[in-house]
Design a protein around this ligand. Structure first.
Ligand SMILES: Cc1cc2nc3c(=O)[nH]c(=O)nc-3n(C[C@H](O)[C@H](O)[C@H](O)COP(=O)(O)OP(=O)(O)OC[C@H]3O[C@@H](n4cnc5c(N)ncnc54)[C@H](O)[C@@H]3O)c2cc1C
Length: 405
């Protein structure tokens, strides 16, 4: 059940539901089996106006809200986790950071790509900089009219398929002075020196590559540096706050997978008979169903509240604490819900002929990517206590979206 949607939001949700059921669901098993990026789904999403729907009308989008995007993401996730993640990244995260803080040229470039079907890649994580994102070593050295980037990233979603990249690097001026961390726009197939060197063999989410990128003298014009208000000193905080939208998106993917698994479970327990009656008549099953639904509803309410919120200091992105709480709850509840749905299918749930095992593999990711459940708890607690985060460089837990004073 969706609470408090306007007629327009409900009509958008239904349109997404229809596309998901009729076009996306029939292809989901093959996306997983082939591990191939679902370009046909991207085509359908583009036709439906779901790629770049949060881009403002001025740049060719529809100027839709994060809540609108969340409604579409949930419907896609019921059928295909990979497709739902594409919708997240085409409307939240890197694209929303560029649309909020980019120059005119940067906004036009990014909007054009995403509206044509590109899923941007956000490039933060490095081998030695995971939760502690500010430990990143990728550097951007100023040379004449541009920057030269060297370093690398790993676990980049869409590596090798995305054209638009937002790369976080430590910026140095001509004299070698460290100016702080900035985000650079780079384009695959256009900017030499941006290379994919490895694809990770993942447990789930197999239709979207998770890759390692190397930057070897990647030369970018100076106007590819996205410069939020406050310049580089404060800029990283603003840019990384965009991650709170992606975090709400990731939580919604998990919640949508759980909703899809629950739909399967409800149909199955009505139909499957043991001891002369449908298994849905047993109280043991009914109580499981009720708990699953309750957790799902709580996740949805928290995610919608986070999507509707704004962060402190006029940030156009969701409030970091609401986003963190929603992602913690939704991702952990989703793992339990999918697991319980699989359990209700008995042996059949363990078969690759049914989607439950795929959903169980896919959903496991969401307590890890986009800020782990532990790190997000640290963010929530630190906000509750009014403390700066103690255990990271500079007292700053960057991926958690906490700002440095
Ligand atoms: C499928 C997938 C897609 C991803 N896509 C992207 C992407 O597109 N772009 C990108 O930049 N990154 C991406 N990531 C990387 C992701 O953001 C990181 O994996 C995540 O931030 C955690 O970093 P890490 O894996 O290095 O784990 P680590 O930081 O090494 O953490 C290891 C463990 O220690 C715990 N831990 C760490 N610090 C603390 C602390 N202070 N308190 C308590 N516990 C702590 C963690 O919770 C975790 O359990 C992706 C990851 C996955 C799995």
């Amino acid at each position: 059940m969706h609470v408090g949607l306007t007629d327009e939001e409900e009509s958008l949700r239904r349109r997404a539901e229809e596309l998901s059921r009729n076009m996306i669901a029939p292809r989901a098993a093959e996306v997983d089996r082939s591990e191939a990026y679902p370009w046909n789904n991207v085509h359908d999403l583009t036709e439906a106006g779901f790629m770049g729907m949060t881009v403002s009308k001025q740049y060719g989008g529809q100027g839709r809200s994060f809540l609108d995007a969340v409604l579409v993401v949930e419907e896609m996730a019921k059928s295909c986790t990979v497709t739902a993640r594409i919708v997240v990244e085409a409307n939240m995260g890197a694209i929303s950071a560029i649309m909020a803080y980019g120059s005119e040229e940067q906004k036009k470039l990014a909007a054009g790509l995403v509206l044509a079907g590109d899923k941007p890649a956000i490039c933060i994580t490095e081998p030695d900089a995971g939760s502690d994102a500010l430990a990143l070593k990728t550097r951007a050295d100023r040379r004449g009219n541009g920057y030269v980037l060297n370093g690398g990233k790993h676990w980049i979603t869409g590596a090798g398929v995305s054209r638009l990249h937002l790369i976080f690097a430590r910026v140095f001026d001509e004299t070698g002075q460290d100016l702080g961390v900035g985000g650079f726009i780079a384009l695959r197939d256009e900017d030499e020196g941006l290379k994919m060197v490895h694809r990770e063999p993942t447990m789930g989410l197999r239709g979207i590559p998770e890759g390692e990128l190397a930057f070897e003298d990647l030369v970018l014009p100076a106007d590819r540096l996205v410069m939020p208000p406050g310049g580089l000193a404060k800029g990283f905080t603003a840019l990384i706050n965009a991650y709170n939208s992606q975090r709400v998106g990731a939580g919604t993917v998990a919640m949508g997978v759980a909703a899809g698994a629950l739909d399967h479970a409800i149909a199955w327990v009505r139909e499957r008979e043991q001891f002369g009656r449908p298994i849905g008549e047993f109280q043991g099953i009914q109580w499981m169903l009720a708990d699953m639904q309750t957790q799902l509803s709580a996740s949805r309410l928290m995610l919608h509240a986070a999507a509707r919120s704004n962060g402190p200091d006029g940030s156009p992105f969701p409030d970091p604490m609401l986003a963190a709480q929603a992602k913690i709850h939704a991702s952990e509840a989703a793992i339990r819900i999918v697991n319980d749905a699989l359990q209700m299918y008995g042996a059949r749930g363990y078969s690759r002929n049914l989607p439950l095992e795929r959903m169980a593999r896919d959903v496991r990711m969401f307590t890890i990517g986009g800020g782990t459940a532990q790190v997000l708890r640290t963010l929530v607690a630190s906000r509750m206590l009014g403390w700066k985060l103690p255990q990271t460089r500079d007292g700053y837990l960057s991926k958690a979206g906490q700002g440095r004073d």
